[in-house]
Design a protein around this ligand. Structure first.
Ligand code: AMP
Length: 489
């Protein structure tokens, strides 16, 4: 049995005429089409591109329904699917290819590298001559299914090796917790190269026999228009901020929905509140990582706690060690088996008793709800005192005229690190550094008060909406005068 293929294609086999994936411009792929194309692609990859069990297939391709068929084809072969961020440059791709040594790179543009390359359109075209019958390679829960590179923007990228068991256990658990049924339609606006869009979004929809509307890119106006055909929407916090800027987002536009989820970065309380006021829905915040899939989620039964990321999913264990706030560690069938080619990371990324260190700092309350306070490496140590940026950001965000903030530590001769707040004003608001200082002094212990406020029009974010603190630290510490790089007002 091939665990991923069985899980993703199984439910559709009972209703093959059902539309599995549709696009905004009217293209439809039924479950029977997905099954057939994935079989044809599997035959093509094995026979013509010599992809075998255990081989890597690297994919940097625009989002489309055929991409999911390719992913399933790789699973059926027992190959390891390696999705690559569409914004990676040739230089970055070459480094990742050197590391992953794939048998095939699926990519539109040529690249100087000795990995054989084909674009997805050509593969799909060639696949039509192949048989749709493919004898799936047996893959149990321990067989590797995918490798996702993480931390591509900071330091050396690591390939997180995820098994059939990791992927299947996580989407099946989420289907239970989020109540997915074949009657659902997921409006899918997330990228398919990231764990959130691929293994949470697409896998939940397919494994429950639901339908998906695939949007090539996130476009807030188009999302609001498409919501009338959907029951579930998943987003990163930035999506929700942009949706709130759409005047057409209201109770009518969201009337057919049953679930909105958010994750991959912290959701501002203001976003939560404003979204509930405008639509009547409380966004279900969940927490996860590339290495682990989803770890915790708020419940959908009304017992959600805003400001937390909910409780550990069934079958997943979470603990906080070294104090409270402390280091968040996780154990369960969702956790990666290893990093690719990096045996030394077994020692550093896992505890001796086998828990995976998330690198996040959190607090678990008496009901088991986890609050993420920040990343361990974002912790600021100033004059010997620990300052957790998130604690400050939550308060700064409530100051009049402040839209959002990021707190970082910058090198300082006196304090080691100086607490520095980068603040974005609300549209039309005027912020004054001195005034922010006065408010901060009345809100925080002296050692936490930012030594400096920097007012900017927006915070730098990566594709998943995460504030790029490493970039802020790098650019601001290069020279204390360098704030002009951050688009000051
Ligand atoms: P990635 O591997 O790109 O999915 O990033 C994982 C990291 O995103 C986690 O370790 C957290 O730091 C962060 N993250 C994911 N979900 C949340 C959330 N709901 N709240 C705060 N941080 C989150």
């Amino acid at each position: 049995m091939n665990l991923v293929a069985k899980t993703l294609l199984g439910p559709g086999r009972t209703n093959p005429a059902k539309v599995a994936i549709s696009t905004v411009d009217g293209h439809q792929m039924r479950y029977a089409d997905l099954d057939r194309l994935s079989g044809q692609l599997a035959n093509l990859l094995v026979r013509c591109y010599h992809v075998n069990e255990g081989d890597r297939v690297a994919v940097q391709s625009p989002k489309c329904p055929e991409l999911l068929a390719l992913n399933i084809a790789c699973a059926r072969i027992g190959a390891i699917y390696v999705p690559l961020n569409t914004s990676y440059t040739d230089r970055e791709i070459r480094l990742l290819l050197d590391d992953a040594t794939p048998s095939l790179l699926v990519r539109e543009a040529l690249i100087e590298h000795d990995t054989p390359r084909a674009n997805l359109g050509r593969l799909v075209h060639e696949a039509h001559d192949q048989s749709s019958h493919f004898a799936d390679v047996a893959c149990d829960e321990n067989a590797p299914a995918a490798m996702l590179f993480t931390s591509g923007t900071t330091g050396r990228a690591k390939g997180a090796l995820l098994t059939h068991g990791n992927l299947v256990s996580n989407c099946q658990t989420l289907n239970e917790v989020w109540g997915f049924t074949p009657h659902d339609t997921l409006l899918h606006a997330l990228p398919l190269f990231h764990t959130h869009g691929l293994f949470v979004g697409a896998y939940c929809a397919l494994s429950s026999g639901a339908s998906m509307i695939l949007m090539e890119n996130f476009d807030a106006g188009e999302v609001v228009r498409q919501l009338s055909s959907a029951t579930v929407f998943m987003g990163v916090p930035t999506y929700y901020v942009r949706l709130l800027a759409e005047p057409s987002l209201n109770r009518d536009a969201t009337a057919g929905l049953r679930l909105f989820t958010a994750g991959s970065a912290p959701l501002l309380r203001a976003t939560h509140r404003e979204f509930a006021e405008r639509t009547g829905y409380t966004i279900i915040e969940r927490y996860g990582m590339t290495e682990t899939g989803i770890i915790t989620s708020n419940p959908i039964d009304g017992s959600l706690k805003v400001g937390t990321v909910g409780r550990a999913l069934p079958g997943v264990e979470v603990r906080v060690t070294g104090g409270s706030p402390g280091d968040v560690e996780v154990k369960g069938p969702n956790v990666l088996i290893d990093y690719w080619n990096r045996p030394e990371l077994r020692e550093t990324e896992f505890t001796i008793d086998g828990w995976f260190k998330t690198g996040d700092v959190g607090i678990v309350d008496e009901d088991g709800y986890l609050e993420i306070v920040g990343r361990a490496k974002d912790l600021i140590i100033t004059g010997g005192y620990n300052v957790y940026p998130k604690e400050l950001e939550l308060v700064l965000d409530t100051f009049p005229g402040v839209l959002e903030s990021a707190v970082i530590g910058l090198p300082d001769a006196d304090f080691g690190e100086a607490v520095t707040a980068i603040v974005v004003p609300r549209p039309g608001a005027h912020l004054d550094e001195a005034q922010l200082g006065v408010l901060a002094r009345s809100s925080f212990a002296k050692f936490k008060v930012p030594k400096r406020f920097i007012i900017v029009t927006e915070l730098p974010r990566n594709a998943m909406g995460k504030v790029e603190k490493a970039r802020l630290r790098r650019e601001l510490s290069r020279t204390q005068e360098s704030s002009e790089r951050l688009k000051p007002i």
